[in-house]
Design a protein around this ligand. Sequence first.
Ligand code: AMP
Ligand code: ZN
Length: 465
Amino acid sequence: MKIYNTLTKKKEEFIPLEEGRVRMYVCGPTVYNYIHIGNARPVIVFDTVRRYLEYKGYEVNFVSNFTDVDDKIIKRAKEEGVSAGEISERFIEECHKDLDGLNVKPATSNPKATEEIDGMIVMISTLIQKGHAYEKNGTVYFKTRSFEGYGKLSKKNIDNLEAGIRITVSDEKEDPVDFVLWKPKKEGEPYWTSPWSDGRPGWHIECSVMSKKYLGEQIDIHAGGEDLVFPHHENEIAQSEACNGKEFARYWMHNAFLNIDNKKMSKSDGNFFTVREISEKYPLPVLRFFMLSSHYRSPINFSRDLMEASRNGLERILTATYNLGHLMEAAVKKELTEEEKNILAEIDGLNEKYDSAMEDDFNTADAIAAIFEIVKLANTRITSDNSKELIQKVSDRIVLLSDILGIQVKKKEELLDEEIEQLIQDRQNARKKKDFAKADEIRILLSDKGILLEDTREGVRWKRA
Ligand code: AMP
Ligand code: ZN
């Protein structure tokens, strides 16, 4: 299996540190709002990588953090007059609901930065002791030039970096390229006590510490969106390798960005969607399918047309398996004929095509194309005159290959109209009681069953997606 490694800029054969096991860390979201559809890309892509590794028989220890202390969280808490903890807890809970809707497997661990402060203090102390960090008036900085390999991930030359860094008068850094490991609190901010000041950690140190605690000093795969290459991941490497004296991660994977209507997603330009907003228009499995329809290292453009195409594509797979189910019931023949054995051999060939696509740096677009070829074969060549065994095998193969991508194709049990009306009523009652969490939960449940709601002045309208 080959993985494109940002560190070497090459596709490399994947060899884990320990046979049969994979240690994988994915930088998670900062929880000050609902996750947006850009955030959903790494979540879906790396969940798929994990699923494929598991299908190959690896045991995957999958860690993804929540950054739950940060300027944006503090700002929102001030605006709402609540604590920063209340904001982060609320959006962690909401994030889990979205991940569930996107069929993302729960991580082995989901550490939160605020619960790992002790470990951060230990790592910062070690870096100071080893001469890689220093304190000035309560702030601790990493001495970037003390780490020889700095720039190896982003291919930046440390001497060219200086030019891009604005030096402010209040800056106490010894060198403009140094970065913060610990900073003193400002009035009204959450803080923790440390040997240097009452304050909080810098963002980069979080991941170095959590990765070490949950996965060990060396890991196999470290992943995130491409904007994290510099400075976040470059700084993580510097901290971890300076502290542990070992190579930090073997394979660095980065997804390209998602744009909307060919423009960068931006809140101020109004082209910004949360996963929650999209769930009002499309069942979330369609969003997952859309994300996997492109290779993860290619930029992806989100548009209505492409989402409609994804909806149709997904529906094609669902319908084929649904029809195979009916054919199964109608079929009487049991034994496989020679001709049917040939069909199965063709399907094995398409399965190989799927595997080679996935083995080639997780080319999910080509893997989906292979599923479509099996679907086409099912639609054109399988009838109730075929044997039960053949029909079952074709159906199982479509289900398995889709499942590896986290695409559930078993037609969900359809809800009856009365059940939908009842759930809508329950949601209205929850809203009246201001239990918005419950109301949202019901909407996601309905969306998951293919029922979309629209709140209009005349009341709630619903339709089957
Ligand atoms: P953040 O909460 O901004 O730290 O982002 C969480 C994850 O989402 C990181 O891996 C980012 O690289 C990724 N991300 C943010 N915006 C986008 C986008 N538009 N497209 C793809 N990935 C993104
Ligand atoms: Zn990180």
